[in-house]
Design a protein around this ligand. Structure first.
Ligand SMILES: NC(=O)c1ccc[n+]([C@@H]2O[C@H](COP(=O)([O-])OP(=O)(O)OC[C@H]3O[C@@H](n4cnc5c(N)ncnc54)[C@H](O)[C@@H]3O)[C@@H](O)[C@H]2O)c1
Length: 248
């Protein structure tokens, strides 16, 4: 039996929802009946997502937002036509370099987007959650590297570990107000960036994963829809690894 989620009458914001994992999360929420506001920075990705998701009509809306700036998030909140039930903090960037070569700018850019962005978006949207719901959801996309470190990713690992810390704190602070707060830690996931890697490099990664393959965006989206569902109401403050057994 396949699990079918029903998000009719639920409103969702997905940051970084115009491409890659975020686009798949957006698509699956729409297919399950939700209304989704896509907040993304990149005009070209917003335009292509708009055309790809046109069949969903007014159920999907698109806003150009820079999650690394609180003012941009607040403007987007003011333009939202509805209260929300579910927030997915997915937008993220990388600026990989070994620690000895990593500049202050590389460090701050990634912290500002991947950690600051989760703080700013959630802060801006907190008062916009449906006050009548006891099933409010904050889901933030961290990474498997937050759990074990990674060469060349001091900035990214610090930000993604910070996301886990904020998630655990929010799970405590917001539980009595009807929220759960959880993080997902994807392993290597086949987005266009990874698909463009040489076949040998991809094979070397596949060989290190116990299940023998990288994740698909659907694998991450499936976990996200489960955590967003009413069935996951007693799960909060957790980090769900979706990594084919890479970290276990
Ligand atoms: N792909 C992987 O292997 C992998 C593994 C672990 C975690 N993740 C995490 O999953 C999330 C999605 O990754 P992806 O591979 O789909 O990446 P991606 O680069 O394909 O998509 C990221 C999206 O975020 C948007 N974005 C970036 N900066 C933004 C900003 N300041 N404001 C608004 N939008 C912004 C981009 O425009 C893009 O649409 C990220 O948080 C990433 O760190 C990815």
């Amino acid at each position: 039996m396949s699990i079918r989620f029903d998000f009719a009458n639920k409103n969702v914001v997905v940051t970084g929802g115009a491409r890659g994992i975020g686009l798949q999360i957006t698509r699956q929420f729409l297919e399950a009946g939700a209304s989704v506001a896509v907040w993304d920075f990149a005009a070209d990705s917003l335009a292509s997502a708009k055309s790809e998701l046109s069949a969903f009509g007014a159920k999907v809306s698109f806003q150009q937002v820079d999650v690394s700036k609180l003012a941009s998030c607040e403007q987007a909140v003011a333009a939202l036509p509805y209260n929300i039930d579910i927030l997915v903090n997915n937008a993220g960037i990388t600026r990989d370099k070994s620690f000895s070569k990593m500049s202050q700018e590389d460090f701050e850019a990634v912290i500002q987007t991947n950690l600051g962005g989760v703080f700013y978006v959630t802060k801006a949207l907190l008062g916009k959650f449906n006050p009548d719901s006891n099933n409010k959801r904050i889901i933030s996309i961290s990474s498997v590297v937050a759990l074990y470190g990674n060469f060349g990713q001091t900035n990214y690992v610090a930000a993604k570990a910070g996301v886990i810390g904020m998630t655990k704190t929010w799970s405590r602070e917001l539980a009595r107000k009807g929220f759960t707060a959880n993080a997902i830690a994807p392993g290597f996931t086949l987005t266009p960036m990874v698909e463009a890697m040489p076949a040998e490099a991809r094979k070397a990664i596949d060989d290190k994963i116990p299940t023998g393959r990288m994740g698909k965006p659907q694998d991450i989206a499936n976990a996200c829809l489960f955590l967003a569902s009413d069935e996951a109401t007693y799960i909060t403050g957790t980090v769900l690894s979706v990594d084919g057994g890479l970290v276990c």
